[in-house]
Design a protein around this ligand. Structure first.
Ligand code: NDP
Length: 307
């Protein structure tokens, strides 16, 4: 029987693990198939306090994990495949392993959204990507496109200018959603060519199993065109990883877990931290902060239970 199981190993989960381990709760962290979370897919993080020269995302995660392990957190590879939150102790399945726990901290984060095109799905990993940091290198000297107008798309586009000769930024409106500083960097980079009021309607060429072009439609004029590119990066935001909890925990209309009084979910003893419950701030520092809160909330809950 565990005191606390933490689902997810991004900065919310790892911060929860540091605090829970220091509270002598001997937490078990289930790392998940996107171990390290979104920070492990980024490059330089410039806004995490304490690093005036920035820090590489994967390095920040590795440091947090070391810190949690040093205080006695235990780590398990793999995904939680089933949970039963209808009675306490809660039960979880991690592959073939069956675990019982008094409290649960959900820090399963959010994953990249896709456009929903069949060709996009078929070509994922063959020229379609959701991670410039992971795949940008393959497009040295080629022309690529990024879809989206927020900070994710901006960051992806700027990163890709290291490798690609031209980076088209395809946005469905004529105004960016990205923060001012990112928008300025985009507009001042001569390798980046915005294509406004435009959506991708198809990705070519599924038959060749590689990306050769994107079919576009101007949403104002209806005009259709074909843009030759070697890579298409989807940067249109994220969706929370909450399928496992559907029907068991309260969520908002797009699937983010609802929390109240700190990190409490609709089931007593279950807490949520990081992007799985935050569709507004979504920053490393806010995720870490809510991970800390979740561990403290779980500790208080256990104390109250033991009377
Ligand atoms: P956002 O929701 O901010 O932006 C998503 C973008 O994708 C929007 O421009 C949206 O268009 C567009 N979009 C959404 N769905 C579709 C679709 N189906 N087809 C075409 N376009 C679509 O998500 P982000 O991931 O960019 O950012 C999320 C949060 O994380 C923000 O708060 C951001 O500031 C933060 N962030 C910060 C970073 C940093 O500081 N370095 C880096 C990355 C993220 P429309 O504008 O028309 O809605």
């Amino acid at each position: 029987m565990r005191n606390v199981v933490i689902i997810g190993s991004g900065c919310a989960g790892l911060t929860a693990a540091i605090y829970a381990a220091r509270a002598r709760l001997e937490p078990l962290v289930v790392r998940g198939h996107e171990a390290g979370g979104q920070l492990s897919l980024t490059t330089l993080v410039e806004n995490y306090p304490g690093f005036p020269d920035g820090v590489q995302g994967p390095e920040l995660i590795e440091r947090m994990q070391k810190q949690a392990a040093a205080f006695g957190a235990e780590f398990r590879e793999g995904d939680v495949t089933r949970v039963d939150l209808s009675r306490r102790p809660f039960t979880l399945e991690i592959g073939k392993e069956h675990v019982e726990t008094r409290t649960l901290i959900i820090a399963s984060g959010a994953s990249a959204k896709m456009l929903g095109l069949e060709s996009e799905r078929r070509l994922l990993g063959h020229g379609v990507s959701t991670c410039a940091t992971c795949d940008g290198y393959f497009f040295r000297g080629r022309e690529v496109a990024v879809v989206g107008g927020g900070d994710t798309a901006a960051e992806e586009a700027l990163f890709l200018t290291r490798y690609a000769t031209v980076v088209y930024l395809i946005h469905r409106r004529d105004q960016l959603r990205a923060s001012k500083i990112m928008a300025d960097r985009l507009m001042h980079n001569e390798k980046i060519k915005p294509i406004w009021n435009t959506v991708v309607t198809d990705v070519l060429d599924v038959a060749r199993n590689e990306v050769t072009a994107a079919k576009l439609r101007n949403v104002r004029t209806g005009e259709e065109s074909v843009l030759p590119i070697a890579g298409l990066f989807i940067g249109i935001g994220h969706q929370p990883n909450t399928d496992l909890f559907r029907g068991q925990l309260e969520m908002n209309e797009v699937g983010y877990l609802k929390t109240h009084d700190g990190t409490r979910t609709s089931v007593a003893g279950v807490f949520a931290a990081g992007d799985v419950q935050d569709h507004i701030y979504r920053q490393a520092i806010t995720a870490a902060g809510s991970g800390c809160m979740a561990a403290m909330d779980a500790e208080k809950f256990l104390e109250a239970e033991q009377g």
